[in-house]
Design a protein around this ligand. Sequence first.
Ligand SMILES: *[C@@H]1O[C@H](CO)[C@@H](O)[C@H](O)[C@H]1NC(C)=O
Ligand SMILES: *[C@@H]1O[C@H](CO)[C@@H](O)[C@H](O)[C@H]1NC(C)=O
Ligand SMILES: *[C@@H]1O[C@H](CO)[C@@H](O)[C@H](O)[C@H]1NC(C)=O
Length: 454
Amino acid sequence: MGSDTVLKLLAAIFMGALFSVGRRWRKSSTILLHFSEKPASLRIRNTSDGSVSTESLENLVEIRCPSLRSPFNPVWWLFSGHLQTIFCVVGDFSKSDQLQYNRTLLRLEEGGTIGLDFAPADHSKVPPDAPIIVILHGLTGGSYESYVRSIVVPATKPVEEGGLGYRAVVVNYRGCAGVPVTSPQLYSAGYTGDIRQALIYISQRYPRAPLLGLGFSLGANVLTRYLAEEGEKSRLVSGCALACPWDLAKNNDRLRYSFTGRFYSKAMATNLINLVRRNLDGLNKFPDAMIANYIPIALNLKGALLDDFDNAFTRIAGGSAPDFPFATAHDYYRWGSSHNIVDKIRVPFLAINAADDPVVQAVPMDGAGNGMVVMALTASGSGASVDRWIKAPVLEWMSLMGEAVVHPSSPSYANISVQDGFHREEGRDGGCKEIEGGGIIQANSWEGVNLQGL
Ligand SMILES: *[C@@H]1O[C@H](CO)[C@@H](O)[C@H](O)[C@H]1NC(C)=O
Ligand SMILES: *[C@@H]1O[C@H](CO)[C@@H](O)[C@H](O)[C@H]1NC(C)=O
Ligand SMILES: *[C@@H]1O[C@H](CO)[C@@H](O)[C@H](O)[C@H]1NC(C)=O
């Protein structure tokens, strides 16, 4: 461990102490649930007799997601691998969450690569029409993160063993979890091109399976933006956004000017700089691309906060033209936020945030009056022994959306065609194709990288 690491460990322990003091002040735990005055009516299938009835989203959530009202851990929202390990929030690297994935590498038309990690690894274990949970991880994570595994394991376990019997697929972003960087581009909180391509591929591979979106933190922002951009054309039949950052510009002020904010901001920037460092071989293959000038700037940042990194790198490399590059990180934040487009979502959507999340400042609790949207805010943690609080409400929501709700039978998204191996949506740019290099991987084989980020 370097001295830097020791300092960060000490800081983390100090922060932990702050949290436990805070915990004693707060005696009761509260969750605020907000529904639109006109919650959407959804069609529900009775699994015992097959009959279909109509029920409001509000009643469905109240009755079928009871764990939303259960006591929660004060820092359930902490979806940053190494910080979680220290806080032991979800950090349980026990045997119970060991799993294998079957990775499919997708080459995107512009040259980039993303990695889809499917579970169970043996795809014959689950019927082809079983619901699929499509997972978007946090800032610098991947399918190996404990918070991801804590959902994937119970969701993909057979029903006889107490699981949901679903399929799950984690979309690992460019450069994350061992996915190689093969074009002069990474990813960002605002760029939805890669998830769009991933969903085209997944829905082509499993055409009869309902796809249920689940995003953590940065991934929650990407998910929210995708759903809002696609509206009725969404390939996901539902969305669940955990600790979505919403207003990136507003968060940044807090990250820069508060003590706790700066602590997290530095940790996130360090992770991102390490991500660039780990992927230098790939990134350096494009000396003529604009990002070539910015790699050394990013690597030479000292004591950087998140927006220092975003100014140095994300505004250039976080997505593709015409939106990228941006003149400043602030321009990128304004473009990439999701708080102002919640009204455009057209599928059932549950967002859970924490009032004590030092990163997320402004939660659009009114859900823009959108009847499809349920907003939940945990107001103060109970400190009860509920390490993986988030797991139960998420699984209840997935079960509701995967089995009970009858989704529209004639979706209005474009048809897919395959040319030269590339899956393309008719009338749209971009495409993706499967390439060599996938196969079975151990979900925890990247733990080392995870801790390196510290
Ligand atoms: C489902 O159908 C069964 C058999 O008709 C009935 O007994 C049960 O009450 C129904 N369940 C709900 C939730 O309506
Ligand atoms: C892994 O996925 C590939 C398709 O990408 C498939 O051909 C292979 O059979 C899968 N492996 C297992 C063990 O199911
Ligand atoms: C998709 O293809 C089918 C059959 O070829 C066609 O009837 C339908 O209109 C197409 N949908 C769209 C959105 O283009």
